[in-house]
Design a protein around this ligand. Structure first.
Ligand SMILES: [Zn+2]
Length: 185
């Protein structure tokens, strides 16, 4: 591509001065700070999440801030570009793992109120905290599911890139984007 641009630019006169036709857009690459609007839907069309209320999502590209499948789709895109992508679990939150479903004694849970199916707790693991969801409650036992709620689910994204800029050195050092939509501190 560099070579092609060089050849395109290698002209013998200056006629090009009157024919500047378009700006070459900044492409999303490692350490771009990207803003985008999105709608995320389940295969059945149910909307799981969107930027409608909170405004564009802003992230630092190439450091694992987004699920791998979505970062791959965004790579090389520019401001104003739109994309639709169906991302498989292997490129998103992984497949469901039945070993992540475990039964524990009820009295081991921090219970400020009656434990019911659907409640969520934070559990510590060697790889950091995860969210576990109560799936069944019996007299003395509770069954918890440690799978990510979106594990095993195809993610259908409808995305519009609204801005692309280079990250500052400080953002690269921190590993996240700063400013509105990013981390403000
Ligand atoms: Zn920071």
């Amino acid at each position: 591509m560099i070579k092609l641009l060089y050849m395109l630019g290698y002209v013998k006169d200056v006629k090009w001065r009157k024919h500047v036709i378009k700006r070459i857009k900044m492409k999303i690459s490692k350490h771009s700070v990207v803003s985008f609007n999105f709608t995320l839907t389940h295969d059945d069309g149910t909307v799981l999440d969107s930027s409608d209320k909170g405004g564009p999502l802003v992230y630092l590209h190439g450091v694992g801030a987004l699920i791998p499948g979505l970062e791959k789709e965004l790579e090389g895109k520019g401001k104003g570009d739109k994309l639709q992508a169906k991302i498989a679990p292997s490129e998103a939150y992984g497949e469901r793992n039945d070993q992540m479903i475990q039964t524990v004694p009820k009295n081991e849970l921090p219970a400020e109120e009656e434990i019911k199916a659907g409640m969520q707790f934070q559990a510590d693991t060697p790889n950091g905290p995860i969210v576990v969801t109560v799936v069944e409650v019996k007299d003395t036992e509770v069954t918890l599911d440690g799978n990510h709620p979106l594990a095993g689910v195809n993610l259908n994204f409808d995305v519009e890139v609204t801005d692309v800029r280079d990250a500052t050195q400080e953002e690269i050092d921190h590993g996240h984007a700063h400013g509105p939509g990013g981390v403000e501190h």
